[in-house]
Design a protein around this ligand. Sequence first.
Ligand code: UDP
Length: 245
Amino acid sequence: MAAEPAHAPLYRRALLKLSGEALLGGTTYGIDPAAAMRFAREIHAASLSGTQMCVVIGGGNIFRGLAGAAYGMDRVKADYIGMLATVMNALALANALNQAGAQAAIHSAIPVEAAGVQPFQRDRALRDLSSGKIVIFAGGTGNPFFTTDTAAALRAAEMGCDVILKATQVDGIYSADPKLDPDAARYERLTYDEALTRDLKVMDAAAFALARDSRIPIVVFCIEAEGSIGAVLGGKADSTFVTAD
Ligand code: UDP
């Protein structure tokens, strides 16, 4: 029998937004299985520590609709390719989770029956979470012109998550680009409205607005270091909190 966690977790149910880029690992295109395994181990550990884990996975390591449109593709078709890219990433992450000893269920706005990628159904996803599975949401919102950040805010609201963990390559939201401006300072806290009016690029406006309306805090943190998922769930990671006040 699994040991009981020593402390009650900070979050009862969390939604982790992983960009497709996170799956690049040491490569420049596609999926690095070693990166998928690292995230799988950390997500599994978080779930064993008592936080029910949802994951929304992006697709930018494979295809982005905007990039296709810039080359003259029809934007809607290009966005569907992007959404299908997220399904491939979800399959890779689910496979890694299984190899790490966890049970995973993919719920997709774009189901792919032959690959066992079931259609998103909220009640079934809730049952999967309650039975200890890690739930991966694929296919974004299922609509073109949206992003997987918006999908993260939407699924977090539907699933009653108490936090959105937005994984990025920097440890929060800065007053300017920290790579370009040495005076850039990290915000400890921001309100949703500040994030919206300052047009911060860390998530799109629709995602901030949805999170604000359902009052789900967003924690922006850096995913680069090993153990960062556990650290942010334990409240021990440098980060920016986006909340109502
Ligand atoms: N996408 C979409 N609708 C959605 C979510 C995603 O059309 O609801 C498409 C869009 O083309 C996007 C691509 O899927 O560029 C990959 O998603 P995203 O750019 O959000 O991935 P990430 O940047 O997180 O890797």
